[in-house]
Design a protein around this ligand. Structure first.
Ligand code: NDP
Length: 605
C-alpha cells in the first residue's frame, strides 16, 4: 500500500476563504443557457462528425433474424458479445456507427489519448485474451487493439454492421422479438436486444458567436485530422504543424492529454481556457513482464477489479491496494480522515466535514503543483482549479502543466467567460484577436441532452410505449438493465447498478456476464421472452431511493457536464444513483442473484 498521502506534510489552509473562493469562481461561470450554450453538430456543422479513419463501404440492407442484436461496438458490446459467445449464443450482431469496434477508442485517436484508470483493470478481458498491458496507463492505440483482439477472439466480426446507425426499435409482441431499422435501410429482427451506446459519444461544439465564419482549418478532437496535422495516434510528431498557429478550445481531460503533443509540434499554440482542470501527478510507467507473469495467476484480473472496487467503496474493508493510483489515493485519504475522527463524531455530518477537509488538502497540493511546475507566475495562477476535486473529471498528467513552459505555448485564459468570438482569422478573447491557421475543438460531448437525441432512437416497447415516455418521470429499472414493458431488452450502463464511475469497465463486464447468463437460461429452457415484473422494478427503485443520493454533480460545483452545467436537473435526477451499499456490495449482490439461476424479478415466458 502506498504511503504517499500519509507521509507528505499536510497543506495548511483557511477553509472559509476557500469556500468563498470556490463560490466566487462558480458564480462567474453559471449561465442561464446551460446545455443550450453548445451547438449540436448537425446541419451546417454536420461535417464535424465525418469519420476520418475508415471509408464507408456500400452493402446490401439486412432483412434477416439474429438471436441477439447489440447497439454499440465499444466495451459494452464487446464484453456482452464475448460472454454471449462463451454461453453458446452464436448469432450475435453488433451494430456500430463507427467503422470498426472500439466505441470511444475508435473515435478518440487524438495524440496522447490514454486511459486514466490503470490498464490492469480498465482494459476488458485481459486474461481471456492473454494480453499484458504495456504501461500502467495504456495509450489509445493499445486500447483499440484490445478491442479488435476481443472481437476477433470471440468471432464478433462475423455478423457486425459498421457505419450503421439504428433509427428505430420496435417490440413485435406477436413474435416476441425486436424489429431493428437503421440508416442503411436494414430491417431485421432479433430475439434479444442490447443497448450500450455509452455516455459520451456525441461531440458538441462550443456555442461561440462567429464559429461558422472561420476560414482556416478546424476539427473536433474526437475526429482528429492527421491528414492536416501529420503525426499519428501513437504520438509521432505532428510535423505538418511546424509552421502553423493553432488554437485549442477547452481544457478538459481531452485537452490535458493532447496539449503536450500540440505544444511540441506547433509554431504557436493558444490554449483557450474557461475553467482549469485539476491536474495531479500521473506517474505512468512500463509494466515489467517478469512482474506480470508472477502476478497473472488464474483469476488475476477479477481479483484486481474487485480490489480496486473495494478500495473505492465505503466500508468494503480492504487494507490491500493493488492498483495504487490517484483514485485509490483519493478514497484512502477520505477514509483515513474519517478514521481520525473520534467514534462519537463519525456521524454523517462529521464524515462530510472530514471529506471536505481531505478535499481541501488534496486541491491545495494540486494547486501548489501548478506553482512548482509552471515558471511564469501569472500562468501558474490561472492554471489553478478552484473547486472540489470531483466537481469535474480529475486529471492526472506529467507533461500538461510543463507544456506552458514552452515559449510557443500560451495560455489564453478567459476568466470563466469562454472565447468571446470566432472571426475569419482566429479567436477573440477579452477583445484581443489571436490569428490562427487551425482551431481544434476540445469541447466535449453531449451529456444533458435527451437520450433519444443522442442515440437517434427511442425503443417502442409492449403496447407501443416509448422508453422516453416510460421514463418521463424518472428512470426505472432493475439493476439499470431491465425495464418493465420492454421484454428481451438489456441496457448496458452503470446507473441504478454499481454506478462505479472510476472504472466503468467493471460495471460493463459484470453486466455482460449477467446478460449472457439470463439469455442462456432462456434459450436452454425454450423461453422466448424475458420480462421484468413491475413489482420487482418498483422494489428496486425504492431500494435505490433509500440510499445516500447523488454523489456527483452538486449544484455547489463549478458548472460542467457532471452537474448539468449548473442547472437544476429536475425531479428525475434523484434516480441517477447506484446501489445504496456501494459498488463492491452491488457486485457481490449481483453475483448471488444470478448464481441462484432464478433471476428473481424476471419472468420467463
Ligand atoms: P469536457 O466536457 O470535459 O471539456 C470541454 C471543455 O471545453 C471544458 O474545458 C469547457 O470549459 C470548454 N469550453 C466549452 N465551451 C467553451 C467556450 N465557449 N470557450 C472556451 N472553452 C469552452 O470534454 P473532454 O473531451 O475534455 O472530456 C470529456 C470526458 O471524456 C471527460 O470528462 C472524461 O470522462 C472523458 N475522457 C476520459 C479520458 C480518459 O479516461 N483517459 C481522456 C479524455 C476524456 P468549462 O470547463 O468551463 O465548461
Amino acid at each position: 500500500m502506498s504511503m504517499q498521502s500519509e507521509s507528505k506534510p499536510r497543506p495548511k489552509f483557511d477553509a472559509e476563504a476557500l469556500r468563498r473562493k470556490y463560490r466566487e469562481e462558480r458564480d462567474k461561470r453559471i449561465r442561464q443557457d446551460g446545455n443550450e450554450q453548445y451547438f449540436e453538430i448537425a446541419g451546417q456543422y454536420a461535417h464535424y462528425l465525418d469519420d476520418p479513419y475508415t471509408p464507408i463501404t456500400p452493402r446490401e440492407p439486412k432483412r434477416d433474424h439474429v438471436t441477439f442484436a447489440f447497439i454499440g461496438g465499444g466495451f459494452s458490446g464487446l464484453v456482452t458479445g464475448a460472454r454471449l459467445k462463451e454461453a453458446g449464443i452464436e448469432s450475435v450482431r453488433i451494430i456500430e456507427k463507427g467503422g470498426d469496434f472500439g466505441g470511444t477508442w475508435y473515435w478518440n485517436r487524438y495524440p496522447g489519448a490514454q486511459c486514466d484508470t490503470a490498464s490492469m483493470i480498465y482494459l476488458p478481458l485481459l486474461e481471456e485474451t492473454r494480453h499484458m498491458p504495456s504501461e500502467k496507463y495504456a495509450h489509445a492505440p493499445e486500447i483499440l487493439e484490445q478491442c479488435y483482439r476481443i472481437a476477433q477472439k470471440f468471432n464478433l466480426y462475423q455478423d457486425a454492421l459498421f457505419h450503421t446507425i439504428v433509427t428505430d426499435l420496435e417490440w413485435d409482441e406477436a413474435h416476441s422479438r425486436w424489429i431493428i431499422r437503421t440508416n442503411r435501410g436494414d430491417e431485421f429482427t432479433a430475439q434479444f436486444l442490447g443497448m450500450g451506446t455509452g455516455p459520451l459519444h456525441v461531440p458538441k461544439l462550443p456555442g461561440i458567436a462567429g464559429i461558422e465564419s472561420f476560414k482556416g482549418h478546424s476539427f473536433h478532437t474526437s475526429r482528429w485530422d492527421y491528414g492536416y496535422t501529420g503525426g499519428d495516434p501513437s504520438g509521432a510528431l505532428m510535423e505538418k504543424l511546424k509552421d502553423k498557429r493553432v488554437a485549442i478550445i477547452g481544457t478538459g481531460a481531452t485537452a490535458v492529454q493532447c496539449v503536450p503533443h500540440l505544444s511540441r509540434a506547433c509554431k504557436a499554440l493558444y490554449v483557450c481556457q474557461r475553467t482549469p482542470s485539476s491536474v495531479d501527478v500521473r506517474d505512468n510507467r512500463a509494466i515489467d513482464p517478469d512482474w506480470f507473469s508472477e502476478i497473472s495467476t488464474p483469476g488475476w484480473q477479477q481479483r484486481w477489479l474487485e480490489n480496486f472496487t473495494a478500495n473505492q467503496s465505503a466500508g468494503a474493508g480492504t487494507d490491500v491496494d493493488l492498483v495504487q493510483d490517484g483514485w485509490t489515493d483519493l478514497s484512502r485519504r477520505i477514509r483515513s480522515k474519517i478514521f481520525e475522527l473520534p467514534p462519537e463524531q463519525r456521524t454523517p455530518m462529521g464524515m462530510l466535514a472530514a471529506y471536505e477537509e481531505s478535499d481541501f488538502e488534496k486541491m491545495e497540493e494540486i494547486r501548489a503543483r501548478a506553482e512548482q511546475v509552471v515558471r511564469d507566475r501569472e500562468t501558474a495562477e490561472k492554471l489553478k482549479a478552484w473547486y472540489r476535486q470531483l466537481c469535474k473529471r480529475p486529471c492526472f498528467h506529467d507533461e500538461y502543466l510543463q507544456a506552458f513552459n514552452n515559449p510557443s505555448t500560451k495560455l489564453v485564459d478567459t476568466d470563466g467567460k469562454g472565447v468571446e468570438r470566432i472571426t475569419e482569422k482566429g479567436v477573440v478573447v477579452a477583445g484581443r484577436e489571436y490569428e490562427v491557421d487551425c482551431v481544434i475543438y476540445a469541447s466535449g460531448f453531449e451529456v444533458g441532452t435527451p437520450f433519444e437525441r443522442r442515440s437517434g432512437f427511442d425503443p417502442k416497447g409492449r403496447g407501443g410505449v416509448r422508453l422516453s415516455e416510460y421514463w418521463a418521470n424518472g428512470m426505472r429499472t432493475l439493476h439499470g438493465c431491465h425495464v418493465h414493458s420492454f421484454p428481451n431488452l438489456f441496457i448496458q450502463q452503470p446507473t441504478q447498478g454499481a454506478n462505479l464511475i472510476s472504472n466503468v469497465p467493471h460495471n460493463l463486464t459484470e453486466s455482460g456476464r449477467t446478460i449472457a447468463m439470463i439469455v442462456k437460461h432462456a434459450v436452454a429452457h425454450g423461453k422466448s421472452r424475458v420480462e421484468l415484473d413491475r413489482g420487482a422494478e418498483e422494489a428496486w427503485v425504492d431500494l435505490l431511493l433509500s440510499g445516500p443520493g447523488l454523489m456527483l454533480g452538486s449544484q455547489e460545483c463549478t458548472p460542467g457536464y457532471y452537474n448539468n452545467e449548473g442547472q437544476d436537473r429536475g425531479p428525475q435526477a434523484k434516480y441517477y444513483v447506484g446501489y445504496p451499499g456501494g459498488a463492491a456490495a452491488y457486485f457481490k449482490y449481483l453475483d448471488k442473484w444470478r448464481n441462484t439461476g432464478r433471476f428473481e424479478g424476471l419472468v420467463f415466458g
